[in-house]
Design a protein around this ligand. Structure first.
Ligand code: SAM
Length: 247
């Protein structure tokens, strides 16, 4: 049965191509009205960067010249997305985010740094995931997803069995699923589901493995706030298991 609240909000957001049976996993989609500059970037730059989800494989069109393809799901204020794009010109980076001001920030940075390797989806990342072919990505980032702390909202958490199955499907063998959270219950939740899935490899040598962010994982505004408020970041690098050769 369709969840009535999800359905109404989706209609209001014009996320028409999303499956209305999926629970909404994000909070606000609108912030303050866009400035004139931001609105013009939406009109002029966004159409050129917009990810096509209309058919299987379409999100990758035009990205063939890049050595790798990465996908950041829920990029928030785009700090991490833009940092990765600037430091990794060999990788095409697709970012999906329903929060309009976040997409506006990404568009401004793409213009300011003249980035050629960013593609954007203003909307639900799961629509991009569904249109990505099997074994097409080198890295997927799900960093500090909305925690939905109340038990009645846990069903809205982005990480669930179906989502992990999709991430596993689109990753190449040996590809990385990077996950972070400052909410210990969400860390446990994710580790339980990753373990249950069975297709990811994670064998930490010490606590440093998940306590240290690492040089290629920039801090975002969200993480800085969490740290200021006394929470701790947990940083995970799950690898898609490589099939064993027979004989
Ligand atoms: C807590 S914020 C973290 C933002 C960013 N990843 C960071 O670490 O700073 C979670 C973000 O995920 C986005 N989000 C939630 N569900 C999503 C979905 N289905 N597709 C894309 N983004 C989603 C939210 O809009 C929000 O911006």
């Amino acid at each position: 049965m369709k969840h009535p609240q999800t359905q109404n909000r989706r209609t209001a957001l014009h996320l028409k191509d999303a499956d209305p049976d999926k629970f909404r996993t994000f909070g606000r989609a609108k912030g303050r009205p866009l400035s004139a500059t931001q609105a013009s970037l939406y009109g002029e730059l966004y159409p050129a960067l917009k990810v096509d989800c209309s058919k299987m494989g379409a999100p990758l069109s035009g990205l063939e010249r890049f050595k790798e393809t990465w996908f950041e799901i829920g990029f928030g204020g785009a700090e991490h997305l833009i940092w990765q794009a600037r430091h990794n010109p060999q990788a095409a980076i697709i970012g999906a985010e329903p929060f309009e001001p976040g997409v506006a920030k990404a568009l401004s940075a793409v213009r300011d740094y003249d980035l050629k390797n960013v593609r954007l989806q203003h909307g639900d990342a799961r629509d991009v995931l569904s249109a990505l072919p099997r074994e097409s990505l080198d890295k997927v980032f799900v960093l500090f997803p909305d925690p939905w702390p109340k038990p009645k909202h846990h069903k809205r958490r982005l990480i669930n069995d179906a989502f992990l199955k999709d991430i596993h499907r689109v990753l190449k063998a040996g590809g990385e699923f990077r996950f972070g959270s400052d909410i210990i219950h969400y860390v446990d939740w994710t580790l339980t589901r990753v373990h249950k899935h069975g297709g990811f490899h994670w064998q930490p040598k010490s606590q440093q493995d998940w306590r240290v962010r690492g040089d290629d994982w920039p801090e975002t505004r969200y993480l800085a706030k969490a740290l200021r408020e006394g929470r701790t970041g947990h940083f995970f690098h799950f690898k898609k298991s490589v099939p064993q050769k027979r004989g």
